[in-house]
Write a protein that binds this ligand. Structure first.
Ligand SMILES: [Fe+2]
Length: 168
C-alpha cells in the first residue's frame, strides 16, 4: 500500500490515464496487504484513510460479511475501487426523475456485478449511483478518490439523494 500511495503522490490520478490508475491498483491488489489489521464493525463496514491531500485520497475498506453500503454516488469525484480480498457485489442504479425536486430522487435498478480479488470498479460521473456489498463473506478493498477537475478539492462523499443516507 505504501508503494501505491508513493506512486500516486508522485503522479496523481488526474495526470494519469484511467488504464494506468487501474494498473497501479491491480498491482497493489496482487501484493500481500495489511487488511486483516483494519478495524471492523459487525454488520457494517469501516473506512481507514491511508493518505489524503488536495489531489487524491486513498482509503482501505473492510466489510463485515453481507454488509452493504447505502445507495450513493461520488458527486464531483472520480472513484477507483479494487477488491483486495473476498468478494464484493456492486449494484447499479440510474436516476429516472428530472432531478428538479430537492430531497427526492427516483432510481431504477439496472443490474449487479460480482467482483473478486483484483477486480476494479470505476466511477466518474455525477449521478453514477451504486451500492457495494460484501458477497457472503467479509471483503476488503482499496479505493482511490480524485476530484473531477484539477481545480476542485477532494471532498467527503456526497449522497446521491439529498435527504437520503450518506454515501460510501
Ligand atoms: Fe461508491
Amino acid at each position: 500500500m505504501l508503494e501505491l500511495v508513493t506512486d500516486l503522490r508522485r503522479v496523481p490520478p488526474l495526470e494519469r490515464t484511467a488504464r494506468d490508475v487501474g494498473r497501479l491498483l491491480a498491482a497493489a491488489a496482487a501484493k500481500p496487504h495489511l487488511t486483516p489489521r483494519l478495524p471492523s464493525r459487525p454488520g457494517s463496514y469501516t473506512r481507514t484513510c491511508a493518505y489524503s491531500d488536495d489531489r487524491l485520497e486513498v482509503l482501505l475498506l473492510n466489510w463485515w460479511a453481507d454488509a452493504a453500503s447505502e445507495i450513493h454516488d461520488h458527486g464531483g469525484q472520480h472513484c477507483w475501487l479494487v477488491v483486495l480480498e473476498g468478494r464484493l457485489r456492486v449494484d447499479d442504479y440510474v436516476r429516472v426523475d428530472a432531478g428538479d425536486i430537492a430531497g427526492k430522487a427516483v432510481l431504477e435498478s439496472v443490474g449487479s456485478r460480482q467482483l473478486g480479488s483484483g477486480d476494479l470498479d470505476v466511477r466518474s460521473g455525477r449521478y453514477d449511483v451504486h451500492r457495494v456489498a460484501a458477497a457472503g463473506a467479509r471483503g476488503h478493498a482499496a479505493r482511490v478518490l480524485a476530484p473531477l477537475t484539477r481545480v476542485s478539492r477532494v471532498r467527503p462523499h456526497r449522497a446521491a439523494l439529498p435527504a437520503g443516507p450518506r454515501g460510501l
